[in-house]
Write a protein that binds this ligand. Structure first.
Ligand SMILES: [Zn+2]
Ligand SMILES: [Zn+2]
Length: 752
């Protein structure tokens, strides 16, 4: 008989809050092993006694049969000094050592919990905070590592006798479930009116009160997993219009929540891949084609064919959806421009002007998050992340050269930060546009939280910021660097985008053409870049760009597509016929004077899209960022829907001296509009022209790999056309784990 040795197994990655310890415990018991398993800052550690071959078998089975949600990034087994055990047990967590943990994201309610929630015989029937080891909040409630109840905002809820029994029963789904609770011992809801008066805290009636209020056309602020959501009846035009008025949000689409896939199927079209995404643990908002007979009213997504839909991510939202029986508008509960509200007292105060009722509960949220948003392109089903937030993994692939202790602070719009700890590269969730004071405060707060939870406030080595002086994130980085006496690196915005898409795909820069198109980024020559191509030649990064046009009237230009049209058409004869009507006499005279005398110029693709949308009379003043581009994409998509993807026609352009000149493109578009050409065809030809431009640049440089980053690639049609026309000739790289928009800047900076 073989001798028994003592072994130590270590796993790091996403291994806490996913049922890993119970899984280890049960397998060890099945194999008659003795020893223990515990959580620590490095992950999960197992010490046990066994004969050599059994130890290896145990290790292999642990790896192969690990819980579905676990993601093991590092694993090891080694023999250690002999210890003696009389049984196998789960031991208290260890809190020393450096953190190798990947924060576990929040998981949407699982099917088992939904079944129990719906079963009158179950003791958690109708309990709005039911969870198990497979579902429930994690990231949003963690105050410190390792992931144990005492380190979460569940700490204050003492388990009742029955919950405790489940928690200690190795055969129970809630064995070691840190969020375990029930009606008797768990979280309580309170409903307030707008005068901060308690309407009800009787748990048996709160859900009915919410549903009655929805039926009466009320707008409610309801605390979800990552923060408050504003909800109302999505089928009632007047109610949704009222929400728009109160939220000062005239057109930007709202997302809609449905209780089931069957209900979603009645309202939008989706394919298998989109269904899988909807039903995933993330429960994101997925943008889908709305059906003509959908019951969702027009005020939800004015002028748009696509609708953002999702399934309830929490049991409370599931109960509300199921009880109401109709689709519900569910949008981030914030005051315009500010971050999502997640604290009860603030909610009770701030929602008094927007909501009719405020539904709070007494489990605190530590880390606020918005709902995540994704879409798949229509033809090729390429996934595009629009907003990476609740439910997404926070650790991302990293290049070898990224030094630990690096911190990158991103851009300004759609802000995020990136932090390289000893072992992982984290990219924060979407943290909003850093233009409001509250968003800036929230950004700093989450940054402090990361530095403290990963124990790296002391070990920062360098800081990366955007080259734009005026950004809040740049200033914050400069201050931090001064305070901590650290070197600071200013990274050009589009270079950061390029580095981000390369790292996201783990592809090398050599032989790759970066096509980086977005709205705004500060260029090294002082101009506003945005229609850029980069490649490496003789150890140097080279740039090709769209020919500059005047950037006038600063912040007004990105908000008013008509100004982009005026600037881009500056040297084109006969533009008055189409553009004059968009301006008052005073404006026309003034803007003409400014043009040409202006010193700042731009190559922005965002502004080119704005200009063409305005010429086609789609929009002159935007009410939300990207509105013009969305309308232009939608118009072109209609053409391709009818005519498939056979279009060969395009507009002329020139590629001279590292510049793309589209004067003739714009001239032709004007000519066709005047000749009352088909607007759908014009929009389609404009898109095809962009594909030809990419093709021509890549061919002339003889580069075979194309990598795309920047907000322009949220345009699903553009991505489909790239795949359709360029896939046969090139290797294509789109973002995998991040959005193509400025959410990826921090990740790019840290990979520079
Ligand atoms: Zn569950
Ligand atoms: Zn209980």
């Amino acid at each position: 008989m073989q001798e028994k040795n003592t072994y130590e197994i270590k796993f790091s990655g996403i291994v806490q809050g996913v049922g890993f310890r119970p899984f280890v415990y049960n397998l060890a018991r099945r194999l008659n092993l003795t020893g223990y398993v515990s959580n620590g800052l490095e992950g999960v550690r197992i010490v046990f006694a066994a004969q050599a071959d059994l130890a290896n078998r145990f290790f292999d089975e642990l790896v192969q049969e690990a819980p579905k949600k676990a993601q093991i990034s590092e694993k090891s087994i080694q023999q250690i000094d002999t210890q003696f055990f009389d049984k196998f047990e789960i031991r208290e967590s260890e809190t020393s050592g450096e953190s190798k943990l990947i924060l576990t994201p929040d998981y949407a309610i699982c099917q088992d919990c939904i079944a129990e929630l719906n079963d009158p015989a179950n003791r958690r029937f109708g309990y709005p905070f039911i969870t198990c080891t497979n579902c429930g909040p994690r990231y949003s409630i963690i105050q410190d590592l390792p992931y144990d109840r005492a380190n979460t905002t569940m700490a204050g809820f003492e388990m009742c006798e029955e919950c405790r029994k489940e928690y200690h029963n190795p055969t129970d789904r809630r064995f070691y479930s840190q969020t375990n609770s029930c009606q008797k011992c768990g979280i309580k809801i309170t409903i307030y009116d707008i005068r901060q008066k308690v309407i009800s805290n009787n748990q048996s009636e709160v859900i009915n009160l919410i549903i009655n209020a929805l039926n009466n056309g009320s707008i409610l602020a309801v605390k979800g997993i990552g923060g408050y959501l504003l909800i109302c009846d999505a089928t009632h035009q007047a109610t949704v219009e009222e929400l728009r008025t109160r939220k000062h949000r005239p057109n930007k689409p709202f997302a809609v929540m449905f209780s089931s896939i069957a209900e979603i199927a009645e309202n939008v079209e989706f394919s298998e891949i989109e269904k899988v995404a909807l039903e995933s643990d993330i429960a994101p908002i997925v943008l889908l084609q709305q059906k003509t007979d959908s019951v969702v009213c027009q005020a939800v997504n004015p002028k748009l064919d696509k609708l953002g839909v999702m399934l309830p991510s929490s049991p409370l939202l599931w109960l509300i959806c199921r009880g109401f029986g109709k689709p519900i508008v569910a949008t981030s509960g914030n005051i315009s421009g500010n971050p999502i509200i997640y604290e009860n007292q603030k909610a009770i105060q701030d929602f008094s002007l927007i909501a009719d009722l405020i539904v709070t509960n007494n489990r605190d949220i530590v880390i606020p998050q918005d709902d995540s948003v994704i879409q798949f392109t229509k033809k090729y089903k390429q996934k595009i992340i629009i907003r990476r937030s609740r439910g997404f993994a926070l650790a991302l692939p990293q290049s070898q050269k990224t030094e630990s202790g690096s911190l990158a602070l991103g851009a300004s719009l759609k802000s995020t930060f990136a932090l390289k700890t000893q072992n992982q590269l984290y990219v924060s969730q979407y943290l909003g546009d850093l233009e409001s004071y509250e968003t800036q405060q929230n950004f700093e707060k989450i940054l402090d939280y990361y530095l403290s939870i990963f124990r790296c406030s002391e070990s920062l080595k360098k800081i990366y910021v955007d080259a734009h002086q005026g950004y809040f994130s740049t200033e914050l980085g400069v201050q931090l660097a001064e305070k901590l006496k650290l070197p600071i690196y200013k990274i050009q915005h589009h270079q950061a985008h390029f580095a981000a898409v390369l790292a996201d795909n783990e592809v090398e820069i050599d032989g790759t053409l970066g096509i980086i198109w977005d709205g705004t980024g500060y260029g090294t020559d002082g101009n506003i870049w945005g229609g850029e191509f980069f490649y490496k030649q003789n150890q140097e990064t080279k740039r090709i760009h769209f020919q500059y046009f005047d950037a006038i009237l600063s912040d007004k230009m990105p908000k008013e597509p008509r100004i982009s049209a005026l600037s881009l058409a500056a040297n084109i004869d006969g533009k008055e016929e189409i553009l004059r009507e968009k301006f008052s006499d005073n404006e026309w005279t003034l803007f003409q004077k400014i043009l040409g005398k202006n010193s700042t110029q731009t190559s922005s693709m965002g502004r080119i899209f704005d200009a063409v949308a305005s010429m086609l009379r789609l929009i002159d003043k935007q009410t939300y960022e990207g509105e013009a581009a969305v309308y232009l994409e939608q118009l072109a998509q209609k053409y391709f829907d009818k005519n498939h993807y056979h279009l060969k026609a395009q507009y002329p352009f020139k590629f001279i001296d590292n510049q793309i000149i589209i004067k003739e493109t714009i001239q032709e578009i004007f000519r066709e509009i005047k000749a009352v050409g088909n607007p759908q065809l014009i929009a389609a030809k404009f898109h095809i022209t962009l594909i030809s431009i990419i093709d021509e640049v890549a061919q002339s440089l003889q580069l075979s790999k194309l990598a795309f980053s920047g907000g322009a690639f949220q345009n699903a049609l553009l991505v489909d056309l790239i795949i359709h026309f360029l896939q046969p000739k090139y290797e294509l790289y789109f973002h995998k784990n991040l959005s193509p928009n400025d959410e990826n800047i921090a990740y790019g900076q840290i990979n520079c």
